[in-house]
Design a protein around this ligand. Sequence first.
Ligand code: MN
Length: 254
Amino acid sequence: MRILLTNDDGIHAPGFTVLEEIARELADDIWVVAPAEEQSGAGHSLTLTQPLRLRQLGEQRFSVTGTPTDAVMMGINLVMKDNPPDLLLSGVNRGANLAEDVTYSGTVSAAMEGALAGVPSIALSQTYPREAMGDEVPFAAARHWGRRVLEPLLKYDFPARTLINVNFPARTAEAVKGIRTVGQGMRDYGRLQIIENKDPRGYPYYWFGLGPMVGTAEHSTDLEAIADGYIAVSPLHLDMTHHGSLEALGQVFG
Ligand code: MN
């Protein structure tokens, strides 16, 4: 089995080392094509206005000066053109990608890009207990449980244009209660904090921060599974049509 690894925290991120360790428990043929720098929050963005640089850092190991989507495109269509991956793994992200996070997430978007290309794709994220932990985020739950989550998924038949989103709870490996398959939740809006400060010349600048989770997790969602101490495994798809609205919308136009 040939696995393509990528992420959005950048090729040098601690969580990427964790992903490589997990992947090497599953297969020998590991390829790395990952962003050179952190791209958290890049979503599914694609670089069209500037050139990309591909740097070879080792055998089957490349960085791309672009977004996670750029890295996957370069990986599948250039680096691995003659030997396409059987599986794409993205992560392990430093921080949760739950609920509406998936629409901002570079980690999940890399898996979306893989799914569009027809490659079974899985995003992995490690929830952590508090903001401002820097690189101190404990990846113990992801490291210990990664193989146990991924191995059954190797036998799973991915429907077209779907991907799997995995989140590990902020707990020690021993304290993780198990694995739950759940749908995507939705938080109350308003988690964003806009921090204002002054630059050295006295001009204001702004930096987005994320406040703690607001609202109670809905039943059977990824938010609830994580809150209860379980690993959340969610099937996502790229057809964003809201089928329930089609008829009413049609009536608007007669
Ligand atoms: Mn990230």
